[in-house]
Design a protein around this ligand. Structure first.
Ligand SMILES: [Zn+2]
Length: 313
């Protein structure tokens, strides 16, 4: 991410937004972890709140439904490959997101990766809320770096909030401080708000702008509904997956008005930048620098200045 030498208020706000995740998911380091070296934090201060990884060792980490390695795109995207892209951009820490289409509920690749680099990674896992004793599983997984759980409607499970297990997950999360990370669409914002009322002490993260603008149109009503979630103090928003919304054209400046409204509603500490990194490298011309420039523009920097600075990094 671009770093700027003159610490104006606007720039400090932008920096705060980028590092917001440090105050949320990443803060829950365990007593067994060594604190990250200060010099590494200086060189790589940014936190990517959302990336997926996988490897081609399907014997050790088999894919869901007997998918072959051909299902993986890019073919291989290990933590080393992710960090080779992230670190030159100043990103030193990443929240790894369980990728259900590839790995289903088997979180083992992410957990093993986090064991190798406990200060670098946290995990948003995915579990079957219908399995027994889901509360115990959540607590066990917390010990392995799983500080949040991805939930949301899927084609094979549209009624995402149904069942006692889901209620138990939200209740347990209020105690463990694990985040309920909702991959939802605009039509799910209202029911999410109801659950935020029912479980006011449960941390909630909304992925990818609640996918507003996925059909190409960013509707004012949807943005307002998302902004209204700011009334629930533990809700945070990932401003991410730019490639998927609005005109879907870099540098995504049509997303700026939505991000500004979210910024006004939530403030910098409750917005999280995230790359969804594998999407950036599969056959597109989008670069991290373009994304960085867009976010900088969104948060108040002069875009014309931000682009060359970002590109120079
Ligand atoms: Zn993703």
């Amino acid at each position: 991410m671009p770093q700027f030498s003159v610490p104006t208020r606007r720039k400090m706000l932008a920096a705060a937004a980028f590092t917001a995740f440090a105050a949320t998911v990443m803060r829950r380091s365990h007593a067994t972890n060594q604190p990250q070296a200060a010099e590494d934090k200086d060189a790589h201060p940014w936190i990517d709140a959302h990336s997926h990884i996988w490897c081609t060792d399907l014997t050790k980490y088999p894919l869901r439904d007997n998918q072959t390695v051909d299902a993986l795109e890019p073919h291989s995207f290990t933590d080393e490959e992710l960090m080779a892209i992230a670190m030159p951009q100043g990103v030193g820490r990443v929240v790894l997101i369980q990728h259900y289409p590839h790995h289903g509920y088997d979180n083992s690749y992410l957990i093993d990766t986090r064991k190798k680099h406990p200060d670098r990674f946290r995990i948003v896992g995915q579990i079957d809320s219908a399995r027994p004793h889901v509360d115990r599983l959540m607590r066990d997984m917390l010990q392995t770096g799983v500080t949040g759980f991805r939930i949301g409607p899927r084609d094979d499970q549209p009624d995402w909030l149904a069942g006692d297990g889901m209620k138990l997950m939200w209740k347990t999360a209020a105690e463990t401080r694990q985040s309920m990370c909702c991959l939802i669409g605009p039509s799910n914002i209202a029911e999410t708000a109801e659950w935020c009322v029912k479980y006011p002490d449960t941390p909630v993260v909304i992925d990818h702008f609640a996918r507003i603008g996925g059909d190409g149109t960013i509707r004012d009503k949807d943005v307002q509904n998302l902004c209204n979630l700011a009334a629930h103090k533990l809700v945070r928003i990932k401003i991410s997956a730019y490639y998927a919304f609005g005109k879907k054209q870099p540098p995504y400046l049509d997303l700026v008005p939505m991000i500004k409204r979210l910024f006004d509603a939530f403030g910098p500490d409750r917005l999280m930048w995230a790359s969804d990194c594998h999407q950036l490298i599969r056959g597109t011309t989008v670069t991290q620098s373009q994304i960085a420039a867009t976010v900088a523009a969104c948060l108040g920097h002069d875009y014309q200045t931000a682009v060359p600075r970002a590109a120079a990094r």
